[in-house]
Design a protein around this ligand. Structure first.
Ligand SMILES: [Zn+2]
Length: 691
């Protein structure tokens, strides 16, 4: 709208600020232009600030309604704009959108800081919290009040002004260090490329050759083959290349990302971040950052998280030792005269897998069609929760995105589900669930609009889209997160859907992966794209039998990272930290097998330092895996993967319950007891130590 200088209100011209009255009240994507975002953010953030000030300065004594519920009713227009914007930054971005994102992110961070460090507002919440027993609140209201109180305290609202100022400085410094960390890793990944000729490709299957040729072309080297440090490129090469020298070369570059000594070296960044996190935790009254972080998680203490990791660690190492022996034997059998090295593991494991299970990815793929796997995920939701999915025509942000209306057994509207499955250059890598609108009942009966975004290969026109088994698992995983959002049934937005602690949020998603593998689903939906025939039983059996293969390696690679993360963030003094030496000594302490390297070494451990969402929280994946394995065992014990009584408890206490209860209470209500680690050990094949 540049150049217009008449004085009509912005909502006349900015579709982000208008009421959305189209199908399913979706945003009018077609009329939203990048130039609309900044003015929409400026306007809605200012409006939210005014709402917050009015609540904080209310001359009336604090009540639940004029303070907590008022906060819950505030900021809706910001959410509306931000939801659209962040769906696009992930799924359909552009240089223009990215520039706006760099602009907007610190603005939103400052907005949040100002909210949670607002002392008069905190005083009202603390006053209510102090007399919460006398307010006549129902259970959900009491939970919302407790969550607000805890959030304000954890942000530093109760501290004196000088400490608050220091916190704000630390937060801003950590934000810019986190950005720098990620950009350094990306720079190291971009600067390395191993250019090969046809003759260097021994062992590589066709799909890997095609990808390497495309990567070289993209870098202006047509006719050559490029191996890059992207995980998919380097791992495929390590798995299939019979050139030991080249495997070593690319592996060394891969594990040295962020540790190359130049301007992109991350070690000083890490030392400063760990020290600042420790200082912040101490300002807030905790012994260490890990203590601070876990206090508001299901695990509660670093000791509880470490107890689980230790229990798994010993068994995983024993299992990995047996796997190593089998790989070393294979090397000897082939006449090799060298000790298995980290850059050999994936190559010999792949050989052994083929020999043991006679399983070829190319044989499985034609049976896993994207559209059939989507139907399979829907069918499991129908059997478990009575949901129906009807394709609908809806105006979305990209032609590859599709929409389904989700209804209950009586035809009542439950949610709108959007699936955006194909990779494209405007999409970030990975797979995730997100939403355009969350469920609530405070202002009205608002039903959610939920998205699954994936990066499956798009087939040529007229060809069916085929998935690997891992892809199919990813589809079920994200759909599990999606159900957590779609089935949400709470009153207050703060508690809706996936707004739960991060060591609990992977339960609904990891649990849902189990239904991909139940016979009623796989036998019906795994059908050959050409012949329509179901997957032959022997192939299905071999596929399922490989699940525990090489799990010693995978578990060691992961668990070492989780242990080092916890140790590092439990340090009481991190000033002058030598990151390389620290990592070496900590791995020595836990007796890391020398043939395995951490899945993410500290200098490129983005979960911990690029943003920091998983700092002192990398254990969460395994914590959730204990829950999902134990939860699925409830169905096995009932003798039916869709047992109605178990499914009802699962819906009532997990999938529809958002953050209504403490995770421990929610889990116990579903299962009748606390989780046990046994099912996880069985799932990973760690109960027996033979390779
Ligand atoms: Zn997930």
């Amino acid at each position: 709208m540049g150049g217009m200088n008449h004085t009509s209100s912005a909502s006349d011209t900015n579709p982000l600020l208008a009421a959305w009255t189209g199908p399913f009240e979706l945003p009018p994507f077609a009329s939203i232009k990048p130039g609309h975002y900044r003015p929409a953010f400026d306007r809605t953030l200012a409006a939210h600030r005014a709402e917050i000030e009015a609540i904080a300065a209310d001359p009336a004594a604090p009540t639940f309604d004029n303070t907590v519920a008022a906060l819950e009713r505030s900021g809706r227009e910001v959410d509306k704009v931000a939801n659209v914007f962040f769906v696009l930054t992930g799924a359909d971005t552009s240089d223009e959108i990215e520039a706006i994102e760099r602009d907007i992110s610190p603005l939103l961070a400052r907005h949040n800081n100002a909210l949670y460090l607002n002392r008069p507002l905190y005083a009202r919440i603390a006053d209510l919290y102090g007399r919460r027993e006398t307010l006549g609140l129902d259970a959900e209201q009491a939970r919302v009040l407790e969550r607000y109180y805890t959030r304000f305290v954890r942000a530093g609202a109760a501290l004196e002004k000088p400490a608050q100022d220091r916190l704000a400085t630390i937060n801003e410094r950590l934000a810019s260090l986190g950005t720098q960390f990620g950009q350094n890793v990306l720079a190291d990944e971009k600067s390395f490329v191993m250019l090969l000729d046809e003759g260097d490709l021994t062992g590589l299957p066709d799909f890997a050759r095609a990808a390497a040729r495309a990567a070289a072309e993209e870098r202006g080297q047509p006719g050559k083959y490029a191996i890059t440090l992207a995980r998919s490129s380097v791992e495929t090469f390590l798995q299939f290349s019979s050139r030991r020298d080249l495997r070593e070369k690319v592996f060394q570059a891969w594990i040295r990302r962020g540790e190359t000594g130049g301007t992109t070296d991350n070690r000083a960044v890490i030392a400063e971040m760990v020290a600042l996190r420790g200082e912040r935790a101490k300002l807030l009254g905790f012994a260490s950052f890990a203590d601070y972080r876990l206090d508001d998680q299901m695990a509660k203490t670093p000791a509880a998280a470490r107890e689980l990791l230790d229990e798994v660690w010993g068994r995983a190492c024993a299992r990995a030792a047996a796997e190593k022996d089998a790989l070393q034997a294979l090397i000897a059998k082939e006449g090799g005269n060298f000790a298995l090295a980290p850059h050999d593991w994936r190559y010999y494991a792949e050989k052994l897998r083929k020999a043991k299970f006679d399983l070829d990815e190319a044989e499985v793929k034609p049976y896993l069609q994207l559209d059939e796997m989507i139907e399979a995920a829907f069918e499991a939701a129908r059997r478990l929760f009575g949901l129906r999915f009807t394709p609908v025509a809806a105006p979305l942000y990209h032609p590859d995105a599709r929409a389904w209306e989700v209804t209950d057994a009586h035809g009542g509207h439950v949610a709108l589900f959007i699936g955006d499955y194909f990779a494209r250059s405007s999409k970030h890598s990975g797979a995730w669930m997100t939403s355009l609108r969350d469920q609530e009942k405070l202002s009205a009966d608002v039903r959610p609009i939920v998205l699954n975004v994936c990066n499956f290969s798009k087939p040529a026109a007229g060809e069916p889209a085929l998935l690997s088994f891992d892809d199919a698992r990813t589809l079920f995983h994200e759909f599990g997160h999606g159900l957590h959002g779609m089935l949400s049934n709470v009153t207050y937005p703060l508690l809706a859907g996936t707004a739960v602690p991060s060591d609990f949020v992977e339960l609904p998603s990891q649990l849902y992966e189990h239904w991909l593998e139940v016979p009623q689903i796989l036998e019906r939906y795994a059908r050959h794209a050409g012949t329509g025939q179901p997957m032959p039983k022997p192939l299905l059996d071999r596929l399922l039998a490989t699940r525990t293969f090489n799990q010693g390696f995978a578990t060691v690679e992961y668990t070492a990272c989780a242990l080092v993360d916890l140790d590092l963030h439990t340090l009481s003094d991190a000033n002058g930290l030598d990151v390389t030496e620290y990592e070496r000594r900590d791995l020595e302490r836990i007796a890391m097998p020398p043939e395995i390297v951490m899945r993410h070494r500290l200098p490129h451990f983005q979960h911990l330092f690029s943003g920091g969402g998983y700092a002192a929280g990398y254990y969460s994946y395994m914590w959730s895996e204990v829950l999902d394995a134990d939860a699925f065992a409830a169905f096995e014990e009932a003798g039916d993967a869709f047992d109605p009584a178990t499914a009802k408890r699962l819906r009532d206490y997990i999938y529809s319950a958002g953050n209504l209860r403490e995770p421990k209470a929610a889990y116990e209500a579903f299962r009748g007891r606390m989780p046990k680690v046994d099912a996880l050990l069985r799932k990973r094949g760690l109960t027996e130590v033979r390779g």
